[in-house]
Design a protein around this ligand. Structure first.
Ligand code: DUC
Ligand code: ZN
Ligand code: ZN
Length: 473
């Protein structure tokens, strides 16, 4: 007998939309068809969309963020929030301290996450430094053990790698089949601009955006892509915020660079003007790269529509606002330079793209599925995830396209004390979420248990993405 049958819903994959029943046994999808036999449990999905559970491949949880600053979500609250937003897998980052063995850092993050999660999870590894032992032994061994993605930074003192170091890291990825995610902003240019602003006494949150202009992101994006071209390896340009950076990705792809592009809700829905709020309220919108302007928002939409972007992630990086450990008085220091970079969004990522993208006719359902689940699994080697197909993990979000609600932080489940999207009207919401065949959220109510989410090792062998007909080179 089937454990669970999801009956009569409109199923969407990255290529098709059709009506069928889904039969689930032992946590996997075992049948898709019409009039399936009864299951021990049944969900009537008539009139609703049945989509792969979201995979959010860019999430920060329990990450040390500087003296006196505390991230607002741990693995429990962060994955609960993710689940309520229709996600069944998240990929947070492991940030090793300088000098800390990478394996030890990963063990510590595992200890924070095991038994705490409401979604499945896996870790990207941030590389704050490299040396011969890390490149020669540690990383290849970690890739073989299923940690198949690294993030490197071109900004932030104490974190950024120089070009020579990035090349050496890319070369390890080329040899091991791993993939490198790059944060593209030119640190030296930013420091120059911050120095100029501070000399002029300009310390309000809005100067965060003015000291990290598009040109510093565009230049670094061009450089990262060029380095990947030299090494001849795959690369992800994360959190892309504007048209010129998108043009760099498009041009590099046309030259044959194997690049994946990612953008996030903040670059569709926010602008630099949001950082200009009264009474330091602008700090709520401080993230890097910063939100830009209406033309940049439009460029990001075009990038999603035409296939320049493969990934739509939240970059959930939550800090409380009115909290001594948060954004208002970060460690009792004042000035935009001290505001922790990052905004919450793991629960609102999918509803925002569904409402603003699918319901407003900018993207179709298969593209939504590709951008929010399927491509994340393929790019990062989650072999049994991101698709509704026989043999896949039964990770499923059932969406009510008629549900209308305004985003209110009071209704969300993260550990922050605000949402950057407060008041935004949303049309469509994931009301039932199934993880590995177990119902975790039923008609908007949490019915699953903490600890149901489990660690997933990842593969390093990934086929090129099928970008489909609407891909713009
Ligand atoms: N980069 C991220 O990816 N997230 C938050 C802050 C940052 O700089
Ligand atoms: Zn980043
Ligand atoms: Zn991030």
């Amino acid at each position: 007998m089937l454990d669970l049958v999801i009956r009569g819903g409109t199923i969407a994959t990255a290529s098709d939309v059709f009506t069928a029943d889904i039969g689930i046994r032992n946590g996997r999808i075992v049948q898709i068809g019409e009039a399936l036999p009864p299951g021990a449990e049944e969900i009537d999905a008539t009139g609703r969309y049945v989509l792969p559970g979201g995979i959010d491949s860019h999430v920060h949880l329990s990450q040390p963020s500087g003296e006196g600053i505390v991230m607002a979500d741990d693995f429990e609250s962060g994955t609960r929030s993710a689940l309520f937003g229709g996600n069944t897998t998240v990929l947070p980052f492991c940030l090793p301290a300088r000098g800390q063995p990478l394996r030890e850092a990963l063990t510590a993050y595992h200890a924070l996450a095991e038994g705490e999660c409401y979604t499945d999870f896996s870790f990207h590894l941030i590389l704050p430094e490299i040396n011969a032992a890390i490149l020669g032994q540690d990383l290849p061994a970690l890739v073989a053990d299923g940690y198949t993605s690294f993030k490197v930074f071109m900004t932030y003192e104490g974190l950024r790698l120089n070009d020579a170091e990035i090349i050496r890291t890319l070369d390890v990825a080329r040899r091991t089949g791993a993939i490198v995610m790059v944060h593209c902003e030119n640190e030296d240019a930013i420091r120059y601009l911050i120095g100029r602003a501070e000399e002029a006494g300009e310390i309000a949150p809005r100067f965060h955006a003015l000291t990290r202009p598009i040109v510093v992101e565009r230049e670094a994006t061009h450089r990262a892509l060029s380095l990947a071209e030299v090494v001849d390896t795959r690369i992800v340009i994360v959190h892309v915020s504007n048209g010129p950076a998108i043009d760099e990705i498009r041009a590099a792809r046309a030259r044959g660079v194997n690049v994946f592009g990612e953008t996030c809700p903040q670059y569709l829905m926010l602008t630099a003007a949001d950082l200009d709020g009264m009474d330091w309220e602008g700090a709520k919108f401080v993230c890097s790269p910063p939100p830009r302007d209406a033309a940049s928002q439009e460029a990001c939409w075009r990038g999603l529509e035409t296939g320049v972007f493969d990934l739509f992630s939240s970059d959930h990086c939550p800090f409380r606002y009115d909290d001594p450990a948060g954004k208002l008085h970060p460690g009792s220091r004042r000035g935009f330079r001290h505001i922790p970079n990052g905004i919450p969004g793991v629960e609102t990522r999918l509803p925002i793209l569904f409402s603003e993208g699918v319901m407003k006719g900018r993207i179709d359902l298969p593209r939504f599925v590709a951008l929010t689940a399927t491509n994340h699994a393929e790019v990062y080697g989650l072999e049994r995830k991101g698709r509704i197909a026989v043999g896949m993990d039964a990770d499923i979000a059932i969406w009510d396209p008629e549900e209308r609600r305004a985003i209110r932080h009071a209704d969300l489940h993260d550990g922050a004390d605000y949402s950057p999207y407060e008041g935004l009207e949303i049309w469509g919401w994931p009301t039932t979420v199934v993880l590995g065949g177990r119902t975790m959220i039923e008609d908007g109510a949490l019915v699953g248990q903490k600890g149901a989410g489990r660690y997933r090792s990842r593969s390093s062998i990934q086929a090129p993405l099928e970008r489909g007909l609407r891909t713009a080179l």
